[in-house]
Design a binder for this molecule. Structure first.
Ligand code: NAI
Ligand code: MG
Length: 374
């Protein structure tokens, strides 16, 4: 019996369609060789959708995204859209997807491929073999909390400039519990360890965070090893001894910073995948959007220079987290590891020693060939 999965593919703008074409080769390979069947729909998002429909995301595409097992997105944006009104900018399409699908858990792996360890800003012996997963709360916290704004502070004569800027860190217990559950579920598929980061020493929302994560652990995931760490210490530990971690769960603001810092432990932007997960659907699979961390790279778009690996590894995450195909995900990650070990490099991965870089489609072909060689 074959396993059937529904996918919505949204290539987007710039290098998005170029890297997505390589992902489609990989999907076809798994369909032909691993007894999976994919029901694939295609759609537009970002500037390409604006050009065709006058909006960065149509209601029809939004409805499709809500109905499939997983959405795979390339990237949105481009200089030709810079002058558009804010309400129809390409980014609004992506933001609408994240918001209406209520994707509250943002997964950012930091995985060091041995062949690229010298790209890290840290020493090889500190990062070799690194494989951690940062789970960032994505839909609440200080980026959304009320009150917010810039106000005049007129009745405070001691305030030079007379203004005050306000943002509010606000978390409900329910928001913390649901992202904590995501982290514990993910840890069970990995090394079964979660480290929760906040600043409970100086923030009440941090105290609540720590208590609620502990509550979910004690009541629902006592088998997972849980530790707590102040986020500033977490930042130090990430660059000092990153391999001590498995899954890190943290709030929106700390997660924004920590995931970007962790990403640079492993090298190039062209290598970094991500996933955003929401609540489980009726079939038990979470609402899910997979996308590379990088943007539409207008500086290299249309030239066949883009590295497709970030987008291909995002599909590996879909195999693991939406389709429960952990073995297939690992198989794909090993194929990437192997072509890199063989010296395959797109331009962004070329060291000072130089050489001739592979094109986007050559890199995709190499990865498919490595899959076939087993
Ligand atoms: P970017 O990630 O597109 O590019 C930054 C640099 O990295 C560029 O020099 C680019 O050539 C290079 N790069 C990125 N991905 C690469 C790949 N796969 N292979 C080789 N090189 C790669 O970020 P930037 O330049 O700040 O933004 C460009 C556009 O993308 C903007 O319109 C921005 O709004 C949008 N953007 C979209 C995102 C998304 O769709 N999630 C995320 C970030 C930016
Ligand atoms: Mg960031």
């Amino acid at each position: 019996m074959s396993d059937s999965y529904s996918l919505l593919i949204l290539p987007g703008d710039g290098i998005g369609p170029e890297v997505m074409a390589e992902v489609v080769k990989v999907i076809d390979w798994f369909g032909a060789n691993r007894g999976m069947s994919f029901d694939i729909q295609h759609g537009l998002v970002g500037g390409s959708s604006y050009d065709a429909h006058g909006t960065p995301l149509t209601d029809e595409t939004m409805a499709k995204a809500q109905s499939v097992d997983a959405v795979l997105l390339g990237a949105v944006g481009g200089t030709q859209y810079d002058s558009l009104d804010f309400s129809v900018k390409p980014e609004r399409g992506l933001l609408r997807l994240r918001k209406e699908m209520d994707l509250y858990a943002n997964l950012r792996p930091a995985q060091c491929f041995d062949a690229l360890a010298d790209f890290s800003s840290l020493k090889r012996e500190v990062v070799a073999g690194l494989d951690i997963l940062i789970v960032r709360e994505l839909t609440s916290g200080v980026y959304f909390g009320e009150p917010r704004g810039i106000h005049s502070d007129d009745n405070n004569p001691d305030n030079e400039g007379g203004r005050v800027g306000i943002n509010t860190q606000r978390y409900t217990s329910g928001e913390i519990r649901r992202v904590a559950r995501s982290a514990f579920e993910l840890a069970r598929r990995r090394s079964n360890r979660v480290c929760s980061m906040e600043k409970a020493n100086v923030m009440e929302s941090g105290i609540l965070w720590r208590e609620e994560v502990q509550w979910v652990h004690d009541n629902e995931y006592p088998d997972v090893e849980l530790s707590h760490m102040y986020a500033d210490n977490g930042a130090m530990q990430l660059v000092r001894k990153p391999r001590q971690f498995d899954v890190i769960v943290t709030d929106n603001l700390f997660g924004d910073l920590l995931s970007d810092a962790a990403a640079m432990l492993t090298g190039s932007l062209g290598m970094l995948p991500s996933a955003s997960l929401g609540a489980p659907m009726a079939n038990g699979r979470p609402k899910a959007l997979y996308e590379p961390v990088h943007g539409s790279a207008p500086d290299i778009a249309g030239q066949g220079k883009a590295n497709p690996i970030a987008c291909i590894l995002s599909f590996a995450m879909a195999l693991r987290y939406s389709f429960d195909q952990g073995d297939a995900a690992a198989e794909l990650e090993r194929a990437v590891e192997r072509v890199l070990a063989d010296g395959a490099r797109t331009a962004d991965l070329m060291g000072p020693e130089g050489g001739t870089p592979l094109s986007t489609s050559e890199m995709g072909d190499r990865i498919v060939a490595a899959l076939s060689q087993g």
